[in-house]
Design a protein around this ligand. Structure first.
Ligand SMILES: Nc1nc2c(ncn2[C@@H]2O[C@H](COP(=O)(O)OP(=O)(O)OP(=O)(O)O)[C@@H](O)[C@H]2O)c(=O)[nH]1
Ligand SMILES: [Mg+2]
Length: 684
């Protein structure tokens, strides 16, 4: 295998590289990195504030410009969003570490997701870093997830650096120039109890997209107003800031050379050639290839450790990430303070367990911080509808369960249990609709076919036995003309309390507090009502007393098929007058399947396969081909937040359908009656 420096040179073939740079890369890559020369930090922010774009530019500014391998460079856009769903949706879903080499230092940078549903991905990596670079979109200022990540970083005692981003945009510069964003941020740090040291955070001004950053606001203003960015506003400004303000990894074990090797598993993966992989920060000591590794389970005291799990294995590789490519570390040694990936580790290892060495093990597992509790759960089971087994390749309940177990082993922000509904189903606990939607979408693509029951909110009990439910802080930014509509939607049936309202330049920002269950379905509804102008953000705040039933207006009436077969355009044209359709002519339907939304309350049974009299076959065929533009196709996430209590989602690699849990209409009517009686009794 080519050495790191040789690979750099070979990628530069035809170009002359300064020999000093070559030597620098050679020396950093091949020798062991001292703890003082390491910086570990996470890029954190609210969703879309520009974290992944910033990591692109930092990688390009690293002393090894080829850290991003040429085959991955493409348009050079958001390299770290390497998962298929991440690319498709343009959002980060999982946290990922990558390595920059800069001024004879190693800077390990972890890109994190900004969406609240993936907040657990931020929580889990904070124990791996010593500082955070908080990115804030200058035009948006402090948002719900900004608060969340600052709170977690302060709690974890990390050193912050603030980067006000997207200043190339007009609104961004204006708000930053007025000092509004900076004072809002400072107040946030103070109110969350930042230490004096944390309050001394440096502030940088940037356009990650434009590739410039400076600590001088007036310089930023000049650039935005047309001055050509000079060589001194490159991304190396920020890398220098990391070296200066975020110190090397600290802690007694990192100073003492004789400590045994230990590393908490922050990410666990599987490679078909290398087997189990474990990524984390080395908390103490060092380990090299061929050393025999073993692990201590995170809940060592709670479980009676299975001896098999502890079977030591010889470490077969020590890797780091260049861009998103796993690359062997030249030294073959995992050193204290560094973020590395090991292979040749026991197979049963899970996230949160501690890797150590058989020859000199640490006595206790490393304590990793607890994660915020899940707020939502759904039951996953085998498809039991009339079309079962036609489109999927993996259909058995046991295989669905095994797949979910595999997911949970690596993704600590999810958990599974036995369903109360049926022993054949597994219950998955998560932080939000998007997180569940992404998991279902991933499984669908792998060939799974399953049914998923409606989301349930995770309730708890206080010491007196009162039921508690999760509450969220919800921020809605919307064009002024729709602010009344949004307010009505939230404070009516959804029982939200408005906490704050600000109007600025035709835009209104409103803040509400409401139960998580009342938020279900609000996103898509707000988008329709406000013609897409509403941006909704929410963050879990705390468990509070249950506030009783929500308004009945939230339950939408559905158009339900009472026949099985292929839908016709003749029938759908008629049914379309009763509401909005989810299916197009020619789609397969069955009795009990939901094919649209009723424009009135309550469900309506319809026959979508009806055709004109048999004598008129030619007309029927012609009509079947008629284009049908009025179909609303709902994605898995849309359906999760939209479905009623008596429905299930059926997903296969080819289709996503909504159906009634009970397919027989008579049986369903009886169940409805019982439900109504129960609801009336509750009201009394
Ligand atoms: N105008 C402008 N756009 C930017 C800048 N930085 C990022 N963007 C754009 O903002 C959008 C979001 O960028 P990302 O880098 O994916 O944001 P993110 O914070 O990683 O998003 P999540 O990981 O999903 O939370 C993209 O369209 C970027 O091109 C900037 O400095 N100026
Ligand atoms: Mg991102």
């Amino acid at each position: 295998m080519l050495s790191f420096a040789n690979r750099v040179l070979s990628r530069h073939s035809g170009r002359r590289l300064l020999s000093s740079v070559t030597q620098e890369i050679e020396s950093i890559a091949s020798r062991r990195v001292l703890n003082e020369k390491i910086r570990n930090l996470a890029i954190v922010a609210h969703v879309d504030h520009g974290k992944t774009t910033l990591v692109d530019k930092l990688l390009q500014a690293s002393i090894d410009p080829t850290t991003v391998p040429s085959e991955q460079q493409g348009e050079g856009e958001r390299l770290m969003d390497s998962g298929d769903l991440e690319k498709e949706r343009g959002i980060t879903i999982t946290s990922k570490p990558t390595r920059c080499l800069f001024e004879d230092h190693v800077v390990n940078i972890v890109d994190t997701p900004g969406h609240a549903d993936f907040a657990g991905e931020v929580d889990r990596i904070l124990s791996m870093v010593d500082g955070v670079c908080l990115v804030v979109d200058g035009g948006e200022g402090v948002m719900s997830q900004t608060k969340y990540v600052v709170e977690r970083a302060i709690e974890a005692g990390l050193k912050p650096i603030v980067l006000l981003n997207k200043l190339d945009r007009e609104g961004g510069l204006a708000m930053v120039e007025s000092g509004e964003v900076e004072s809002e941020l400072f107040d946030l740090f103070c109110s969350l109890g930042a230490s004096d040291e944390q309050l001394e955070y440096p502030t940088y001004y940037a356009s990650a997209k434009g590739g410039w950053v400076t600590s001088d606001l007036s310089e930023a203003v000049d650039i935005v107003k047309g001055a050509k960015p000079g060589a001194d506003v490159g991304m190396d400004n920020l890398l220098k800031g990391f070296l200066e303000h975020i110190g090397p990894p600290t802690g007694p074990a990192l100073i003492n050379d004789n400590e045994p090797f230990s590393m908490a598993a922050t990410m666990v993966g599987f490679d078909q050639f290398l087997g189990r992989t474990v990524t984390g920060k080395v908390s103490s000591g060092s380990a090299k290839i061929a050393d025999r590794s073993m692990f201590l389970p995170r809940d060592l005291e709670l479980v009676n450790p299975d001896k098999k799990l502890l079977l030591p294995q010889a470490i077969s590789g020590v890797f780091i990430y260049e861009g998103v490519t796993r690359t062997p570390l030249e030294s073959g040694i995992a050193d204290k303070g560094d973020i590395v990936t090991l292979t040749g580790v026991p197979d049963g290892i899970k996230v949160g367990d501690t890797v150590t060495l058989e020859s000199n093990p640490v006595a206790d597992a490393i304590m990793t911080p607890p994660l915020a509790p899940p707020t939502l759960s759904m039951d996953f089971g085998a498809n039991d509808g009339p079309l079962a087994g036609k489109e999927g390749t993996i259909v058995q309940a046991s295989r669905i369960r095994a797949r979910l177990q595999g997911e949970v082993d690596n993704n600590v922000t999810l958990s599974i249990g036995a369903s109360e509904e049926s022993t054949d189903k597994s219950i998955v606990f998560a932080r939000g609709e998007l997180q569940l939607g992404i998991l279902i979408e991933q499984m669908r693509r792998e060939g799974y076919e399953m049914t998923i029951s409606p989301p349930k909110i995770v309730f708890s009990e206080d010491e007196q036995g009162n039921v508690m439910e999760p509450f969220e802080e919800v921020t809605v930014d919307v064009d002024s003309e729709y602010s009344g509509a949004v307010m009505n939607m939230l404070t009516g049936d959804r029982k939200a309390l408005m906490m704050e309202m600000r109007e600025d330049d035709g835009k209104v920002r409103m803040k509400f507090e409401m139960p998580t269950r009342a938020l279900l379905g609000f996103g898509p509804e707000a988008a329709t009502t406000t013609r897409g102008s509403a941006v909704v953000n929410h963050t879990f705040t705390e468990m509070r007393d249950h506030i009783g039933p929500l308004g009945e207006g939230l339950e939408k009436g559905k158009l339900v098929s009472n026949e099985t077969g292929k839908s016709t355009s003749y029938a759908l044209n008629m049914i379309g007058e009763r509401g909005e359709l989810f299916i197009a002519p020619g789609d397969e339907v069955y009795a009990g399947m939901v094919i649209g939304e009723n424009s009135r309350s309550g469900d309506l049974e319809v026959n979508p396969i009806r055709s004109k009299g048999l004598t008129n076959v030619r007309t029927v065929l012609k009509e079947e081909k008629a284009s049908f533009s009025a179909v609303r196709r709902l994605s898995v996430e849309d359906l999760i937040s939209y479905m009623n209590d008596d429905e299930v989602i059926e997903v296969t690699p080819k289709s996503v359908r909504l159906r009634k849990k009970v397919l027989d209409s008579g049986e369903r009517a009886r169940a409805q009656k019982v439900k109504k009686q129960q609801r009336d009794a509750m009201k009394k």
